[in-house]
Design a protein around this ligand. Structure first.
Ligand code: AMP
Length: 114
């Protein structure tokens, strides 16, 4: 999508601090971390949010969760605990309209997003 910041990251037009990439998924550090570990898991395909994913995206979204749990383990936050969250739409707090999972950890999380 033309004006989507995460599509620009996928195309390499905007740099990111990448920690993982395969043919469908990229994981990179959030530019404004809310926890000692704050990573974003995005699909290369533009999907606006979890609310509008369709049946064809089920395997991709499942793989995003699978990769997120592996990355959390690699980042050393799996044993003590972490949060995997996706915001959807305005009232859900979504700012970037390209589906992404936040991986948050490395401190005690509390509240709505910790
Ligand atoms: P959300 O509010 O769920 O849409 O979260 C969007 C997240 O994307 C925020 O945590 C931002 O800090 C993060 N973000 C926005 N632009 C970038 C970027 N260029 N590189 C890394 N993270 C970004």
């Amino acid at each position: 999508m033309e004006d989507c910041v995460f599509c620009k990251i996928v195309k390499g037009e905007i740099p990111c601090d990448k920690v993982y990439e395969d043919d469908q998924i990229i994981v990179f550090n959030d530019i404004h971390p809310q926890a000692p570990v704050h990573l974003l898991v995005i699909p290369k395909k533009h999907i606006k949010s979890i609310a509008v994913m369709n049946e064809k995206d089920v395997a991709l979204v499942g793989q995003m969760v699978n990769i997120a749990t592996r990355i959390a383990a690699a980042a050393g936050i799996s044993a003590k605990g972490f949060r995997l969250v996706t915001n959807s739409g305005e009232e859900g707090g979504q700012v970037v309209p390209h589906l992404h999972w936040h991986i948050l950890g490395g401190r005690q999380l509390s509240g709505e997003l910790g």
